[in-house]
Ligand binder design. Structure first.
Ligand SMILES: Cc1ncc(COP(=O)(O)O)c(C=O)c1O
Length: 373
């Protein structure tokens, strides 16, 4: 147990009340008023025609790929700097993830590197809005349009982030979200898919519910899945969304406090923000330049852990992990920006109840150890 954990859900609003209402009403499965309410509210917030709740963000990606009819032998372009779920989902449908480097200006997929990875088998691209920062969607959509590819936004970490003033979720064919316990809005486990195209929406809903025809109960035109989310989880999400302004403003405050206290520390680098982006403040991120700072990223994580402070290293380069490295080296993938960030980046505690004094104590450990080996 850490004195200061990395993340903690904020359940101090109507969460308990709504969950109790769901329990008392006995609507605890995936039918119930909170499911519909959450789906309507989330779609409105994302500016999309529909939001479809699912049991987690991994399933959301899997469902999106099933709806787009991705098949064995297809290739899907994904950034190598992301959570493994992005690439795992591609494998679930028998396709192959092809890894693309990230842009040092956004830490998201580098649009300039996409074209070189397109082959005859490429069917689509999954830009990930990493650590709350949107990917450069106009550039990604343009390349995808030229080559006839679909685009799925992996917005698991970026609820309500804005790209050129528009919320993520409605910037491509389908977008996917996670509501895991460490996310800005959470139901413990949970996810959603957002979509504008009504045909895709129908296909997503049908596949989510065992393939049942929404107009004809117990008639199953296709093989589907049970990917539904419960009314209890949606009750939590409705309560979370009600307090979105408070949750997001607390998170902005925490980021501002870290920025102020860490600026000027030698060797500490910050998450870039593109001029067109309004990121959502998910996990505060820094990079550690060992030569300038005097300790490696891993040393700094250990020093913080000794003080009871939990941190997290950036995602490991996916193309170097056992499930993917063989195929990646066969394709001679060389992804230096991803490799550098994954070796030097770390996330600091970020949650609404994190106090100013806790932020000061975290930053004082980081400052105190600068250039002291
Ligand atoms: C970028 C990204 N994609 C997908 C997921 C998967 O979401 P979940 O953990 O809800 O399955 C996550 C993680 O939480 C994520 O960070």
């Amino acid at each position: 147990m850490y004195r200061i954990p990395l993340a903690k859900p904020d359940l101090t609003g109507n969460e308990e009340k709504y969950v109790m209402e769901a329990i008392r009403s006995s609507w605890i499965s995936s039918l119930g008023p909170y499911v519909q309410r959450f789906e309507q509210e989330f779609a409105a917030l994302c500016g999309t025609r529909e939001a479809i709740s699912v049991c987690n963000g991994t399933v959301a990606l899997h469902l999106a790929l099933l709806a787009l009819d991705v098949r064995p032998g297809d290739e899907v372009l994904v950034p190598s700097l992301t959570y493994i779920a992005t690439a795992n989902a591609v494998r679930y449908v028998g396709a192959e993830p092809v890894f693309v480097d990230v842009d040092p200006k956004t830490w998201c997929i580098d649009p300039q590197r996409i074209e070189a990875s397109i082959t005859r088998r490429t069917k689509g691209v999954i830009p990930v809005h990493l650590y709350g920062h949107p990917a450069d969607m106009d550039a990604v959509n343009h390349i995808a349009g030229v080559h006839g590819l679909w685009v799925v936004e992996d917005a698991a970490e970026a609820h309500l982030a804005l790209y050129k003033g528009q919320p993520v979720g409605g910037l491509s064919d389908i977008a996917t979200f996670s509501f895991y316990g460490n996310k800005a809005f959470t139901s413990g486990e949970g996810g959603a898919v957002t979509v504008n195209n009504p045909h895709l929406a129908l296909r997503l809903r049908t596949l989510r519910g065992q393939g049942m025809d929404p107009q004809r109960r117990y008639y199953f035109p296709v093989t589907g899945y049970n990917f539904r989310l419960t009314n209890v989880a949606c009750a939590l999400l409705c309560a979370q969304l009600e307090r979105r302004d408070h949750i997001l403003s607390r998170r902005r405050h925490i980021f501002d406090a870290y920025n102020g206290l860490l600026s000027g520390v030698p060797g500490i680098g910050f998450q870039p923000v593109a001029p067109w982006a309004e990121p959502v403040q998910w996990l505060y991120s820094i990079t550690v330049d060992e030569k300038e700072y005097g300790h490696s990223r891993d040393d700094l994580m250990r020093l913080l852990a000794e003080e009871g402070i939990e941190t997290r290293p950036f995602f490991m380069s996916l193309h170097k992990l056992p499930p993917f490295r063989e195929e990646s080296s066969r394709r001679e993938e060389h992804l230096p920006v991803t490799d550098l960030l994954s070796e030097t980046g770390m996330n600091l505690p970020t949650f609404t109840e994190l106090s100013d004094s806790a932020i000061e104590s975290i930053c004082s450990v980081i400052r105190r150890n600068a250039q002291r080996s």
